[in-house]
Design a binder for this molecule. Structure first.
Ligand code: FAD
Length: 237
């Protein structure tokens, strides 16, 4: 377990309402595994406020920790929205067992919206370490503009034959030439995109309602719950 005070190093706008926040580590012995989360504290009107965030960075990206947040109307979100390089923060972690398996096996990552954060960390790690995992990411968003990390995910898939990324757009505005899938992630879509689904270890990540809905779809396909790992972003439903 580690804990340290630091200051914001960089803020990156990922989509119209998603931002990444980076914090320097500066040589401290700060370890974590892709898929884990940490406790993050800032001051709002002088009072400390704490939230949990998954690492969206990978341990292979040295020198900083990054998390990525959907900005809502909440006090905490609005304080983050005006966070600037140099502003104080405290980080404590790591926590969580939503992590890659110890032995190689085919994976299926299912995610919607902001749920991509721990999966981005895993895919960056797999790519940087050149790990021979067979991975399919099925990533759903309301619109094409809402896809966070799209360019990077495409580039990871392009450079690693074992990694495939499939986007799904669930909202009404889909460009006519959209090459990806449309609608919601249903059992039929899983079976179509991941025909060998029974052999894969599933990771589901997102707001609780989405995680439950996807669990139900997988259960209807006969995927045993022992073959599922879940990361539920409480606070969004
Ligand atoms: C393991 C884990 C990993 C997460 N990773 C991410 C991430 O990578 N990116 C991201 O955007 N969000 C993540 N979240 C959710 C995040 O911690 C916030 O809860 C969420 O962003 C909502 O914050 P808000 O500013 O929109 O609203 P807020 O008003 O701050 O929260 C909405 C409501 O939820 C309650 N709440 C806030 N946090 C929690 C919590 N952790 N548990 C239960 N109730 C809570 C608040 O009291 C409030 O009533 C994660 C949550 C967990 C538990």
């Amino acid at each position: 377990m580690w804990e340290f005070e630091t200051e914001c190093q960089e803020v990156i706008q990922r989509t119209p309402n998603i931002k990444s926040f980076r914090f320097p580590i500066r040589g401290k012995n700060v370890r974590y595994r892709p898929g884990q989360f940490f406790f993050f504290t800032i001051k709002i009107r002088g009072e400390e406020a704490l939230h949990h965030f998954s690492f969206s960075s990978s341990p292979t990206e040295e020198g900083y920790i990054e998390f990525t947040k959907r900005i809502t109307a909440s006090d905490f979100s609005q304080a983050l929205n005006v966070l600037r390089p140099g502003d104080w923060a405290r980080l404590r972690g790591p926590e969580g067992s939503f992590t890659l398996p110890a032995r190689l096996r085919p994976l299926a990552l299912l995610s919607g919206g902001i749920g991509i954060t721990p999966l981005r960390s895993m895919l960056r790690y797999i790519a940087d370490k050149d790990l021979p995992f067979e991975v399919v990411l099925l990533y759903s968003n309301n619109s094409v503009e809402d896809i966070a990390f799209r360019h990077e995910l495409d580039s990871i898939a392009g450079g690693h034959p074992g990694v495939r990324v499939e986007y799904v757009i669930s909202g009404p505005t889909v460009p006519g030439d959209w090459p990806g899938k449309r609608g919601f992630i249903t059992k039929d879509l899983v079976a179509e995109v991941i025909p060998d689904y029974m052999t894969r270890l599933f990771y589901i990540s997102g707001p609780p309602r989405m995680v439950i809905a996807l669990e139900e779809q997988l259960s209807a396909l006969g995927v045993p719950s022992a073959q599922l790992k879940r990361d539920s972003f409480t606070g969004y439903d």
